[in-house]
Design a protein around this ligand. Sequence first.
Ligand SMILES: Cc1ncc(COP(=O)(O)O)c(C=O)c1O
Length: 331
Amino acid sequence: VKDESNRFGLPAFKILGPSWAIPKILSQRFGLPLREFARFDTIRRRLAEVGKITLACATDGNHGRAVAFMGRMLGLPTRVYVPDGTSTARIQAVESEGATVVVGGTYEEAIERAAAELEDNGLLIQDNAWEGYEEIPRLIVEGYSTMLWEIEDHFRSLRAPDPTHVVVQVGVGSLADAVVRHYRRRGLGQPPVIICVEPVKAACLLTSVRAGEVVKIGGWQNSIMAGLNCAIPSAISFPLLRRYVDCFMSVEDDRAREAMCELAAEGIVAGETGAAGLAGLLELVRGRHNLASAGWLGLDHTSRVLLFNTEGATDPASFTHIVGRSPDTIR
Ligand SMILES: Cc1ncc(COP(=O)(O)O)c(C=O)c1O
């Protein structure tokens, strides 16, 4: 399990996207080499020359906190739009970084509003793409690759064999995009089987793959796996995922609860979204209807499965309710 419950003091992997994309995009705006934007103090100095740039984004929580963190580090005002139903703990976490939070609508409506209300020199830092908005999401996918190279380095240092299977949770698919680029790159000896997991209540990738094109799913995406509550997959990631992923599946919220408890028993604090990859694996090996799929995918007791705990206890009260212990008693 690649444990991302603490990265730069934030309880999710998401900062890897904005911390790469924002300096890169600023260096382009200023027409200066990226190395001049490698440190917070030099970026702040450059920004002082042009006056305030506002950062904006929509989020289910973790991405917004990451953008807000960057805003705080760079001294930029940040506005974060979250859908109705976002838990108070997640809203407060974004506010704790000094950002203004605007609540309303679905996740997709929050994105529309973030884009519509953007100031002329503002930067929309979104972790998913649509036609005409592709550059920043591409950079965010690049940023996520850090995590995959860290895994590679770690496996090498242990002389551990590569994984046979990689299970990754999907919201809009940017994280899975980074996983696919890494494990389907040229020259890799034995590429692992890649499995994408979504909540049953927000299976937009699975639905789109079945349809053969990007589709927007209906209804209200209100899974407890809040980071995965999306209705449309990212336009740049969908073609890649459709082509290179071996299995698309969805899981009920109860599997995520079960996975959180299993991870806690191993000393790993995983929030609902963080545990979603294990929820997929458990569904394959324990789910009555999916045992055959495990066989087709070559999953057995010799498999070495890589999972990503992409978030810690981002809603501590919910974690305690589900696991029966508070997050700080785990480990
Ligand atoms: C903790 C966590 N894990 C996984 C994901 C899924 O990432 P993506 O939306 O790129 O598929 C998210 C998305 O917000 C998240 O917050």
